[in-house]
Design a protein around this ligand. Structure first.
Ligand SMILES: Nc1ncnc2c1ncn2[C@@H]1O[C@H](COP(=O)(O)OP(=O)(O)OP(=O)(O)O)[C@@H](O)[C@H]1O
Length: 358
């Protein structure tokens, strides 16, 4: 018999933290979802983000996960996802557990993630921001607009081919994010060698011929730079607000600033700057060091008069790790969650149902 959320909730009645808190009794457990997978069962548990007036401790989350695994041997993966009460309420409104999300298209808020230089982590920030928004309960999609340099599917370790339905494409879903990328339409790592008009057609088709699940947020991973391609793609999404990504070194920051100026000259609203690969923490003593220097985000922020939204540390992946998603329990998870919360609290204007039409 498959495990049910109710059984997990019943089991949680027996859980206490080291310091004697009973989260179920205290009303900190928001909801449980059980997902059967080929290699076992995954449990996603939303909990309040504040316990006893403080952000829920990492140790409480770890203990909760370990408890569930110890009670139910079929469970191979537990995700404890903190969320504010308001976000839980919002999530309940948009998708009652067990029910399909409403079919009426709602407005989509688009966020273009942009950078000056390649390789600063624009795609990494895009996927982790998308996941954090999905974890907050929003239907979220990501469109990899980096037609020539697509990397979103690889960073998400997506291997399955895209499926079609009535001559449209069904985007694969990873961790609650619907993903569309040029990668799905080209041969194994084949280069895309198209010029302008074809490029525009590809973006338009990926948007319009995709069966999007009425996303509330669509993250656009734009190509880096200020050249023709980046400008063309900016034009396709006139209403998207932008998040600028830089690394801390001042050279990258100056290039990022130019990309920000270009976006602004095209009437794009700049929400702020995210500094990626900002610092490294020693896993033993917590000592922070700065392999790429410091001050890049502040420089961009000051010169463009935009806020620094987040500083993301270096994230060390495991031996097998080619995934760009921050591993569960890594401190960067909390930083991305706060970034997503900032985005949610920003008065973004929805653009109407997903469409490229302005
Ligand atoms: N915070 C981080 N810690 C460790 N590695 C990172 C971090 N951010 C990005 N990386 C790694 O750096 C590489 C480049 O990242 P990513 O592809 O996100 O950059 P990008 O700016 O989108 O590049 P491009 O524009 O060339 O596509 C990837 O291998 C990614 O896993």
């Amino acid at each position: 018999m498959a495990l049910t959320p109710k059984e997990i909730l019943q089991g949680l009645a027996g859980f206490k933290t080291d310091d004697g808190l009973q989260p179920l009794k205290l009303g900190y457990i928001q909801d449980v979802a059980v997902e059967p997978h080929a290699d076992g069962t995954r449990v996603n548990l939303h909990v309040d983000d504040v316990w006893q007036g403080k952000a829920v401790a990492e140790s409480h989350r770890t203990a909760l996960g370990a408890f569930i695994k110890s009670q139910y041997p079929d469970v191979t993966d537990v995700r404890i996802i903190p969320r504010s009460k308001e976000q839980a309420e919002h999530a309940r409104k948009i998708a009652k557990p067990g029910q399909a999300p409403p079919r009426t298209p709602v407005g989509v808020k688009m966020i273009a993630v942009i950078s000056g230089k390649g390789g600063v982590g624009k795609s990494t920030v895009s996927i982790n921001l998308a996941r954090a928004l999905a974890q907050l309960g929003f239907r979220t999609g990501i469109l990899d607009c980096d037609i020539y340099g697509f990397s979103v599917p690889d960073l998400l370790q997506l291997t399955e081919p895209v499926k079609s339905q009535e001559r449209r494409f069904v985007p694969p879903r990873v961790q609650g994010i619907d993903v569309m990328s040029m990668k799905f339409f080209v041969g194994h790592n084949a280069p895309v060698m198209w010029r302008g008009p074809m490029l525009g057609k590809a973006i338009r088709q990926m948007m319009e011929d995709t069966v999007w699940n009425n996303p509330e947020y669509l993250i656009l991973d734009l190509p880096p730079g200020t050249g023709d391609i980046a400008m063309d793609i900016h034009q396709y999404f006139p209403k998207a607000a932008a998040v600028l990504v830089t690394t801390p070194d001042h050279n990258a920051a100056r290039v990022a600033e130019r990309a920000g100026q270009m976006a602004r000259s095209m009437d794009r609203r700049l929400l702020g700057v995210v500094e990626n690969m900002s610092f490294m923490n020693c896993p033993e003593c917590g000592y922070a060091w700065y392999p790429l220097g410091q001050g890049g985000a502040e420089l961009v922020g000051k010169n463009l008069a935009i806020p620094v939204l987040a500083k993301i540390p270096w994230v060390i992946q495991g031996d097998s790790g080619v995934s760009g998603l921050v591993p569960e329990g890594n401190p960067a998870e909390t930083i991305y969650r706060k970034l997503a919360q900032t985005v949610v609290e920003t008065d973004l204007v929805p653009t109407g149902p997903v469409s490229l039409q302005p």
